[in-house]
Design a binder for this molecule. Structure first.
Ligand SMILES: [Fe+2]
Length: 472
């Protein structure tokens, strides 16, 4: 399948899969072209200021309302266990366990042994805020080995920022088809209906990139045998930031100027695509913190044409214009912000999505890794590929770490020793891509996250060897 994208961030796009399907000069004519139904898809309140207003007009074969009533959803992972497997896809309030101030770190979750699609393969690690009040985020890991075929999903609680770590995904949405591979991200707006298949038809390889997208990252021995034989089309794993708050947007650039960091023109939104498919299918919804299921007699991906600025997008993280110090000191990591979801308070994010990509380190008389730190913001970190410069080992692709509000963290003993004694020649960090979801609210781990065998109980040992070097 050859995919086409429109470029830009939050643009007023207009696209039709069949010529003449898009009305001209009005949104809702008495009779829409080609016998289609006109339906508005609102991503912000009608009255939000124009610069932030998000909505899209769709022209579809049937209106979205044509489905049977929803029932509570039960995950079915096999005939034997059908309808009694609890979902690990959790939502606010994140009060299953008392939240610890300890630094936490996890190994990657294994790929399931049973055929599991992406929705059933979602495990919630942590979260904060309140989906009912539209604040906060949830941090999920997906690990799956099956396509969504005759079922579809939408999330009424928040947009979903997908960060693949292993294997590509083809995401069929109401508004077009997106392929995304490790090194890229995809954002699916609140309410958008979609289904996801494993693999991509054309893994992207960027010139100058140190690592082809779609290639598998190294998998730790703690993973199951299923993972060892996985290839890019049979298994997938990655991270999801479910954002209950304001939509992710590009950060303001201040004194950086008119260009830099993630440039708007590098974001890609699909062109219109539809399936005219009759027959029973399932629609799973996340609404009010719970999963629901209903049936429909047709595919909900039946939008023949659309126009508007509320749409899914993808972005290749290797196009990020990384800016850093060319004199001394390690800058605050906000310099690496790709997207931000503001809270009501200026400069204080509901969630920042920050990356640590390939870059030059040239600081003179500088301790070059991230410094020791206590932060009023809470930091969940993941690793897409390569190694992170503040940790010598234990932080691996597919794993994660959580350093919550005012919990001390920083380089481990080996990283400290190495950086303190390094010859400070210009150095290029290559083949690495770590990221952070940083939030103003304490990120509360789930019961699963605190009880899983993947939790590294010895994590705090990495700092215990730090010596007293003080001399008068
Ligand atoms: Fe930090």
């Amino acid at each position: 399948m050859e995919l086409k994208y429109q470029t830009g961030f939050g643009n007023e796009f207009a696209t039709e899969a069949v010529e003449g399907a898009l009305p001209v000069g009005r949104n809702s004519p008495q009779r829409a072209p080609l016998g289609l139904y006109a339906e508005q898809f609102s991503g912000t309140a009608f009255t939000v200021p124009r610069a932030l207003n998000r909505r899209t007009w769709t022209y579809r074969i049937r209106p979205s309302v044509l489905h049977k009533p929803f029932q509570p959803y039960h995950r079915a992972i096999s005939d034997v266990q059908a309808n009694d497997a609890p979902t690990l896809f959790k939502s606010s309030p994140f009060d299953e366990v008392v939240t610890t101030p300890n630094q936490l770190r996890w190994d990657p979750l294994p790929i399931p042994g049973e055929p599991t699609d992406l929705i059933d393969g979602i495990t919630t690690i942590a979260g904060n805020g309140d989906s009912f009040a539209q604040t906060g985020i949830a941090v999920h890991i997906y690990a799956c080995n099956a396509d969504m075929t005759d079922r579809y999903f939408y999330n009424a609680d928040g947009e979903m920022l997908i960060v693949p770590e292993m294997g590509g995904l083809t995401i069929f949405t109401e508004l077009g088809v997106i392929e995304v591979s490790p090194g890229e991200i995809c954002c699916l707006p609140r309410g958008l209906r979609f289904r996801i298949e494993l693999g991509v038809s054309s893994p992207t390889v960027r010139e100058g990139s140190s690592r082809p997208a779609g290639a598998l990252t190294n998998v730790r021995a703690t993973d199951t045998a299923a993972t060892d034989t996985a290839d890019a089309n049979s298994a997938a794993r990655g991270y999801i930031c479910e954002n209950y708050g304001q939509h992710f947007r590009l950060p303001d650039l201040g004194p950086i100027g008119a260009n830099g960091l993630a440039n708007a023109r590098d974001f890609e939104t699909p062109v219109a695509w539809f399936e005219d498919k009759d027959g029973e299918c399932e629609i799973v919804a996340k609404f009010g913190g719970n999963l629901w299921s209903c049936t429909s007699g047709h595919s909900p991906l039946d939008v023949v044409a659309w126009h508007g600025n509320y749409a899914p997008y993808k972005y290749d993280l290797r196009r990020f214009n990384t800016i850093g110090s060319i004199s001394f000191d390690h800058p605050d990591p906000s310099i690496f912000t790709v997207l931000t979801s503001p809270s009501g308070e200026p400069g204080v994010a509901n969630c920042d999505f920050v990356i640590f990509p390939d870059r030059w380190l040239v600081g003179e008389d500088t301790f070059r890794p991230p410094w020791y730190h206590r932060n009023t913001m809470s930091e969940y970190m993941g690793l897409i590929y390569g190694a992170y410069d503040a940790k010598e080992e234990g932080f691996v692709p597919g794993g994660g770490s959580l350093h919550n509000q005012m919990s001390a963290h920083g380089p481990d003993l080996d990283a400290f020793e190495k950086a303190s004694n390094a010859d400070l020649k210009p150095q290029k960090l290559e083949g690495t891509m770590a990221f952070m979801f940083e939030s103003r609210y304490i990120i509360r781990p789930t019961k699963f996250a605190m009880e899983t065998a993947q939790l590294q109980h010895e994590y705090s040992e990495v700092w215990q060897g730090l010596k007293k070097n003080f001399k008068l």
